[in-house]
Write a protein that binds this ligand. Structure first.
Ligand SMILES: NC(=O)c1ccc[n+]([C@@H]2O[C@H](COP(=O)([O-])OP(=O)(O)OC[C@H]3O[C@@H](n4cnc5c(N)ncnc54)[C@H](OP(=O)(O)O)[C@@H]3O)[C@@H](O)[C@H]2O)c1
Length: 258
């Protein structure tokens, strides 16, 4: 099924995006790989090609460049002779917040720009052709953290919540258009991003596991793919609690009663 698609992955030079490219590279797919680090992308292209199945090309891009997103999509079209039909924006980052000691709107705005605005630019670049062809998938990457605001995650929770809500809305708006809109919500995944974390990460999964779940998402019609189940069930339970009970549990777990 994926054989006929052109799959554009941003954030492909590292972590989840890289693992996704390598997992998809085991199949007959056409992969357009983007990130800022052209050298890492070129190495990844070689690794994907070495698997002997997929066609892969690097398209270096700063996803914050609105016009750049459009020219990147045009380059992909020219290279493969076909439009991007599956868009998987994995570019993103995380920074802990500490509003008591160093509140910075700049920090939060940067997170919103990279995690959320870049998604908007990417959609703007791929959507017209998808609508014209009545065919396509937009598969955003949010997080279980996007379900609610958590301590130390001011800008991150906000950016990931924005992704979930925006994609839910887009899915309604594009119903019957032939363009499917989906959202992947991972828990903790071992990548260079989380390697920086100084706190315990329950139910940590590998990037390869995350990549397999994302490929599952490409094959399903449902909106949300969440994992690992053990953690997402906890988050889904917390989400439906009344605020006072939710707060009590989070304080107990995160601040250990402090
Ligand atoms: N790891 C987790 O536990 C976890 C959990 C839930 C959700 N997520 C989400 O999954 C996504 C990927 O995370 P990850 O853990 O794989 O992180 P990662 O290993 O740090 O990879 C981030 C990727 O984003 C790219 N990127 C960053 N800024 C960019 C820019 N301005 N333009 C283009 N590309 C840019 C980086 O490449 P360059 O530096 O080369 O540009 C890199 O390829 C993020 O959206 C993250 O929020 C991760």
């Amino acid at each position: 099924m994926l054989e006929d698609e052109v799959i554009w992955i941003t954030g492909a030079s590292s972590g989840i995006g890289e693992a996704l490219a390598l997992e998809l590279g085991k199949q007959k797919t056409r992969l357009a790989l983007s990130a800022r680090s052209g050298d890492k992308l070129e190495q990844l292209v070689q690794r994907v090609r070495a698997l002997g199945q997929a066609q892969a090309h690097a398209f270096p891009l700063d996803v914050l460049d609105r016009v750049g997103n459009r020219s990147c999509v045009a380059q992909i079209r020219e290279c493969f002779g076909s439009e991007v039909s599956i868009f998987v924006p994995c570019a993103g980052t995380y920074k802990t917040s500490d509003s008591l000691h160093r509140y910075s709107s700049d920090e939060h705005i940067q997170l919103m720009q990279l995690n959320f605005f870049s998604l908007l630019y990417g959609i703007e670049a791929v959507l017209p052709a998808m609508l014209e062809r009545k065919h396509g998938q937009i598969v955003g990457v949010s997080s279980l953290v996007g379900y609610f605001g958590l301590p130390r995650a001011f800008g991150y929770s906000a950016s990931k919540g924005a992704i979930i809500n925006a994609l839910q809305s887009l899915r309604f708006e594009l119903r019957n258009s032939g363009v499917q809109v989906k959202c992947v919500n991972p828990g903790f995944v071992k990548t260079p991003l989380t390697d920086k974390n100084d706190f315990e990460m329950p139910f940590l999964v590998t990037a390869e596991f995350a990549a397999r779940k994302m490929i599952e998402a490409l094959h399903k019609e449902r909106f949300e793919t969440h994992f690992p189940l053990s953690l997402s069930l906890v988050f889904k339970f917390l989400r439906i609690l009344p605020q006072p009970l939710f707060e009590w549990i989070i304080k107990k777990v995160v601040y250990r009663g402090r």
